[in-house]
Structure formats: C-alpha cells, structure tokens
Write a new protein. Structure first.
Length: 256
C-alpha cells in the first residue's frame, strides 16, 4: 500500500457511506488523539521496539492525514500543500546543505534558523515567543530556558545553579513554616524550575529523565506487589519497613 492509497482510505471513511465516528470528528475533537499518538510513539522509541515504532508512526501519520482531509473538505488546503510548505521551509532553513552557505557549528545553524523565521514573517517581540503553552510544564520550562540561554542569559557553571537551588530550598522550608499554601506552591515551583535549569545546563532533558524515573518506580513498586502476593499479604497490611526492604531488594533484582 502506498501513500495515495492511504489518502483514499481516509476519503472513504469521511464519505457519505463512510464510518459514522470518523464523519463526526472535527479538528477540536481530534486534538487529544494527536497528543496521545505522539506520546505512544515516544514510548515506543524509548523501548527501542522497531515494530511498535512503525505502528505508532503510522497512527500519528493517520492523524495528520485526518486533519488534512478536514481542511480539504473545507476548501482550505490539501496534504500536498502541507508537504510542499515543509519542503520549501527545510530547504530555505538549510542553505549549508542545499545552497552555498558554510555553517560549521550547531550554534551557527540556529542563528540562521531564527533569521530565516524573521524573513518568513514570524516576527517576535520576545525570543520566548513560539514555545507552545500546551507543552508539558517540564519540557516548556526547558525550552524557555534554552531560548534565554541563546542570548547569554545563562549560568557560567553548574555550581552556581546548585547554589541557587540551595537558596530556593531554604525559601521553600520557610514557606512551609508559614503554612500559606500560595507561598508553598510558588516556592515549590521555583525548585522545579531550578531543577530544569540544572538538567538543561548538563544536557539532560528533564521530561525524559522524569519519565525514566517514573518507569523505574513502577517496576520497583510492582516487584513489591508481586512479593507481597507470594507471601499472601496485602500491601495495606504490611508495615512501611517491610515494604521498604522489598523496595531495596527490587533495586538489585531489576539490575540483574
């Protein structure tokens, strides 16, 4: 099956004799599916499962085709217009590949990238504009901090950030003593923001780092549940010390 055949399938699903569910969908109703498919693809990539990656890429591609079909029905644009636009954009933004420019570093490429955006009419009052508000908060903080760092608003060494983190922790402890929820929330947010700054500075994506930790937590907690079941116990009947011992045991078992 080729790409044109996929477009025919989409057209049939939205036709008069098509699927009732597909015919009811709108741009707005499909938004959750776009996000879900994107995250399922990320999960497949993290698992290094090529078959799953192939499947999830197809699911995400179908969402793109779906959006283009809706636009076509509204006489706005077709998928060929989308392909043409991204093709021209990539050629224009990579003159060092498709032209005579000679960029040697990633920084040089990024400078040109921003200049090209201005030529395309994407004038911004702030360098922070263009980072989607719907991004997960950790990822959005990372992107915003990265934008600021491009113009020199950055730390010189990681030790300086760690010192600032200590200050934020101190302020958080003081907020806890006041028992004022708004202050506690604000100071906790500052801690998260500083942790993202540290991760960005040392080249770690905070969103991916946290996802790995969550996965590790799930595996270890499942180990506790499994061992408890083998002993005929409910977690609610176990002491924290018992569960903590199993947690430590899980660390070694999972590493084997």
């Amino acid at each position: 099956m080729d790409f044109q055949e996929l477009l025919k399938i989409m057209d049939a699903l939205r036709s008069e004799k098509g699927c009732p569910w597909d015919k009811e969908q709108t741009r707005e109703s499909l938004k959750p599916f776009i996000v879900e498919e994107a995250y399922e693809l990320i999960e497949a990539i993290e698992e290094s499962d090529s078959e799953k990656i192939k499947e999830e890429l197809g699911d995400l591609l179908f969402q793109i085709v779906f959006q283009c079909q809706i636009a076509k029905e509204g006489n706005e644009f077709e998928i060929s217009d989308v392909i043409e636009k991204i093709g021209k954009k990539m050629v224009a933004r990579h003159p060092h590949v498709f032209g005579t420019a000679d960029y040697k570093t990633t920084d040089e490429v990024l400078v040109h990238w921003e200049e090209q955006k201005k030529l395309e009419g994407k004038l911004r009052e702030s360098i922070l504009e263009g980072v989607p508000k719907v991004l997960p908060s950790l990822l959005r903080a990372h992107r915003l901090q990265d934008r600021a760092a491009r113009v020199g608003f950055d730390w010189e060494k990681v030790e300086d950030i760690l010192k600032k983190l200590d200050e934020e922790l101190k302020e958080f402890k003081e907020a806890l003593e006041t028992k004022r929820q708004d202050e506690i929330e604000e100071e906790l947010g500052d801690i998260f923001f500083m942790l993202v700054n540290i991760s960005r500075f040392i080249g770690v994506n905070p969103e991916y780092a946290l996802r790995k930790t969550i996965s590790k937590f799930i595996h270890r907690f499942r180990y506790i549940e499994m061992k408890a079941a083998e002993r005929g116990k409910k977690l609610s009947d176990m002491t924290l010390d018992e569960m903590d011992r199993l947690w430590d045991e899980a660390k070694w078992e999972i590493k084997k």
